[in-house]
Design a protein around this ligand. Structure first.
Ligand code: PLP
Length: 222
């Protein structure tokens, strides 16, 4: 992707976010655009950085570790988000590498993150991922298990900033976004990580503070 094409795509996505925010009576500045760069090489990412994008998301620790140290060394102000499932044995590496972790979803991972944060003296912002459609194959904490997991986070000293979810594929996402927003409100959590290329405007109208957009910025993945 040329620098001009990257700037144009970024502008277009940003415009759509701003419009959805204003329609909902929200300030566009409340919505962080996280560019999901999974599978894309550094040469595809650099044009977006040059166009001003700073928040990026990856779904695999290994892939992020291979790509991002060099990109970060070359560009100031990068904020790196983990949006894919995290094994407890990779918690240390994740804490060292990421600024925001969207996928806290079970007691063993909470314990591993607490330990890793103490060891590294580095504290990423953490979201709890909720399995909002109650899908057996999907990651995320069951809705019914959320109060206990949040209780564990509080007791063990892992601050949680918000909730994240991926609604079931092929269904109207709005009811799932609204349900997640309601859960966040009930638990006093201010941030909501919802919305992907196909539904980020809906997510913004329903309260997204973080939208995770890949395809609309980078084109289709292989
Ligand atoms: C890949 C991915 C996205 C981005 O999806 P697009 O449809 O390409 O925008 C968002 N969130 C998560 C968790 C992902 O894995």
């Amino acid at each position: 992707m040329s620098d001009a094409a990257a700037a144009e795509r970024l502008d277009e996505v940003r415009r759509r976010i701003d419009k959805a925010a204003r329609l909902a009576g929200r300030s566009p500045g409340e919505v962080t655009l996280v560019a999901i760069s999974k599978t894309h090489p550094a040469d595809a990412i650099a044009p977006l950085i040059r166009a001003g994008q700073r928040h990026f998301g990856e779904n695999k620790v290994q892939e992020a570790a291979a790509k991002w140290p060099a990109l970060r060394a070359a560009h100031d102000g990068i904020v790196l988000h983990l949006v894919g499932s995290l094994q407890s044995n990779k918690a240390e590496e994740a804490v060292a590498l990421f600024d925001v972790i969207h996928v806290v979803d079970r007691p063993s991972l909470v314990a591993a993150l607490v330990k890793a944060i103490a060891k590294h003296g580095r504290q990423p912002d953490c979201f709890v991922q909720v399995n909002i459609g109650d899908e057996p194959q999907k990651g995320g904490c069951a809705v019914a298990a959320l109060p206990a997991l949040l209780g564990q986070c509080r007791e063990s000293g892992l601050p949680i900033v918000g909730l994240m979810a991926i609604p079931p594929a092929g269904l109207e996402p709005a009811p799932y976004f609204a349900l997640l927003a309601d859960l966040a409100r009930r638990h006093g959590l201010a941030q909501l990580s919802i919305g992907m290329s196909g539904d980020f405007e809906t997510a913004v109208t329903l309260g997204a503070t973080h939208v995770r957009v890949g395809t609309a910025l980078f084109g289709e993945r292989d």
